[in-house]
Design a protein around this ligand. Sequence first.
Ligand code: DGY
Length: 321
Amino acid sequence: MRPKVFVSRIIPEAGLNLIREACDAEVWPEVMPPPYDLLLEKVKTIDGLLSTLNDRIDANLIASCGENLKVISQMSVGYDNIDVNAAQARNIPIGNTPGVLTDATADLAFALLLAASRRIVEGVEYIRNGKWRTWEPLALLGGDLSGATLGIIGLGRIGEAVARRAKGFDMRIVAYSPNKSKETVAKIGIELLSFDQLLQESDFVSIHVPLNAQTRNLINAQALQKMKPTAILINTARGPIVDQQALYEAVKSGIIGGAALDVTNPEPMSPDDPLLSLPNITIVPHIGSASLRTRNKMAVMAAENLIAGVAGKSLPNQVKV
Ligand code: DGY
């Protein structure tokens, strides 16, 4: 009998075709993710689940999984939506898609950094609102990148890829990454600082840590207070790492210079959210990995994890608990 799997969204064909060749697949056809209650029912009868970061896979859902469920394969590198300890207790391996989205996410972090420093979105609005009458010596002045300090919080794959891009712009690169040694990062031209030092010295602070109990609200009112009044915060990691109310107040009152976010809390953000009323905050809708090539690779990787899992084999990319 072919394994029965549930794919919780329409994913790129490259992945879906692999899944359909190996399994009996039910693919959730809607744009919006499946309701939690539906997922609760599905996991009782399937051999494998392909999930996305929108699916809440908590201890309750894991407890509902039937005896047949052999794998949860998530199509993203982040898996903060999954209770991995509960899955481990049931011996259900979790797959994810590290590596393939590193460059796309680093590109977007850098796009946001450039957009915020050179006020690109404000410039577009300026034209749309009929304000462009002449070349103005004092209009829309932004910050320079060369010689500026980029502070990277979390020097994993994506943090390092952002650092490589920053080198090409002649930036000084500093990082806060407790698991790295000064010697290792010095070899790649990065200075390791304490969290507070990084906040105090950086012109741009870019977040590249996973969301967990230690990083939730890492950038809170106290942290924002330590940043330069001209500094720009960039978040392409997870929304809850930043206290959004504190960010709003910090940007509005000039404690920091601005922010550029790919992730928010909650997602989607309401169109009425006060953050959207500030001209020096740029927000895009969680598109860090949204390049064609990257999403295809993520779909294939997630499919390969799923197919290996339902066959009882070890996953090519298994989350280590
Ligand atoms: C991830 O993979 O965790 C990104 O946030 C979505 O691509």
